[in-house]
Design a protein around this ligand. Structure first.
Ligand code: ZN
Length: 466
């Protein structure tokens, strides 16, 4: 039996459903337990099936609170997982907001499907009751506080700079006087982003599992992104339109709001109301406010000096009730509306699009990744006729897209981060990327880091240390 092996059970050659099974001798640890997000039937099949017996799993470690990393935890617990879920304190707090929301969405979705097809009733993947059973399992560990995962196996989180509480994990094993270190990047953030600290560089690792979402691309710089954002907002407001921004409730929304606030203070955009129309974003922002230990120096200072800025200020309004949200949909006053979901696959953004997509003065602004097959991807790719909430809708609004808001490192940032690991890893496995980006990053890393780089296939198992 190998001292350490890994089986890539999710987010292999794709960006969703992160799930990797680590075996430390006869002990097993699942790293991330994410939801696979895609077409309903395929997602159902993948999210319900574990390629191992959850009842015999010994531990779970999760990297951060995005649902494609934690969203399947309640299903794991419902299927008999008996142990703890290790995460940073901010991840635990965000999970306690995101998992109930995820369960409620699933229950609502199944209800709607069953109403249309009563002959074959479906059951939700998990329920609020399963989430309640999952919550007490979380075991929080602060950054840099090493804990013993199993006898002879220690684990430490460091800041991944991706979203609040995001961690990269280093597992350290000892056997016969020898040591082996495995690094799991989780989703890796970017330097010089608002709110969060830059990704940390842990000491060297022997093997590294690295994300590759944007492995084939370079993001524009922060200054360029801010300039482009200011231009988009200014020209839309000048023609009397609204800027509609589909955004993930956690991370992207808070960063965008912080940036808009800064641009207004500098006079780069006109004073205008900013609405965050997402109850989830509002709850997530409350979690941010309770975890200042995760802020970078500038945010920490602004937060202490200016009563909670950049999360709340005069021109920012969190829309709470559905009635207020409906009033906002019908209103035509120029403003900025930020609403979930980020890929326009659900949530209040759909209602804003139904009313706003046909208005030529408006702009739909994409600031996040748009997966294939989503309404967001179709709009971003220039579609002029789409279905919104089942209604054929003609798009007259401008569509704009800013890649600089990505919370994922680009190719140069990924390579730069790996180069700073000392000593350099001998083996690198690229996950969490579609084949194009993963292969491009693999080629680049082989040139620069001289490591053995592999893009594992779904389900592939590799012995890391014998
Ligand atoms: Zn993420």
């Amino acid at each position: 039996m190998a001292a350490l092996s890994i089986s890539f059970q999710g987010a292999a050659r794709t960006v969703t459903g992160s799930r990797h099974l680590l075996r430390f001798g006869d002990r097993s640890c699942l790293f991330d337990c994410g939801l696979y997000q895609g077409h309903r039937d395929e997602a159902e099949r993948i999210n319900r099936a574990f390629r191992f017996d959850p009842a015999r799993l010994d531990a779970v470690v999760v990297s951060h609170a995005h649902l494609d990393h934690i969203g399947d935890l309640p299903a794991l617990v419902a299927r008999g997982y008996p142990g703890r879920i290790h995460a940073t304190p901010a991840t635990v707090s965000l999970a306690s907001v995101l998992l109930p929301d995820s369960a409620a969405l699933m229950e609502r979705d199944v209800e709607q499907v069953n109403r249309r097809h009563p002959a074959q009733p479906r059951t939700p993947l998990y329920t609020l009751a399963d989430v309640e059973r999952t919550r007490p399992r979380f075991a929080p560990h602060a950054y840099h506080q090493t804990w013993e995962l199993f006898p002879g196996v220690r684990a430490t989180f460091a800041d991944a700079g991706h979203i609040l509480g995001s961690a990269l994990t280093v597992f350290e094993l000892e056997r016969n006087g020898q040591r082996f270190r495995l690094g799991m990047s989780g989703d890796l953030g970017r330097p010089r982003r608002p709110i969060l600290r830059d990704p940390e560089v842990p000491g060297g690792v022997d093997a590294l599992v690295l994300e590759s979402t944007y492995g084939d691309r370079l993001h524009p710089g922060a200054a360029e992104t801010e300039r482009a954002l200011a231009e988009i907002v200014s020209r839309t407001l000048a023609r009397g339109g609204r800027v509609l921004v589909p955004a993930f409730a956690v991370g992207r929304t808070q960063e965008l709001v912080a940036t808009l606030h800064a641009l207004t203070l500098r006079g780069a955009i006109p004073e205008t109301p900013i609405y965050v129309d997402s109850p989830l974003a509002r709850e997530a922002t409350a979690v941010y406010v309770h975890h200042p230990e995760c802020f970078d120096a500038a945010t920490a200072e602004a937060f202490t000096k200016c009563h909670g800025a950049p999360f709340g200020f005069a021109r920012l309004r969190y829309v709470a009730s559905p009635a207020e949200s409906r009033a906002l949909e019908h209103d035509r006053t120029p403003c900025i509306v930020v609403a979930a979901s980020g890929m326009c696959e659900g949530g209040r953004i759909l209602h804003h699009l139904r009313h706003g997509l046909g208005v030529a003065a408006n702009t739909v602004l994409f600031i996040g990744f748009q997966a294939e097959g989503t309404l967001g991807r179709r709009l971003r790719d220039g579609a002029e006729a789409v279905n919104v909430l089942g209604e054929p809708t003609v798009r007259r609004a401008e569509v704009a897209s800013l890649e600089g808001f990505s919370a994922h490192a680009d190719q140069a940032e990924l390579v730069g981060w790996v180069e700073r690991l000392s000593p350099a890893p001998r083996r690198i496995f690229l996950v969490h990327g579609e084949p194009g980006p993963a292969d491009a990053l693999a080629a680049r890393l082989r040139e620069t880091v001289h490591a053995e780089v592999h893009v594992p296939a779904p389900g592939e198992e590799v012995a890391l240390w014998n």
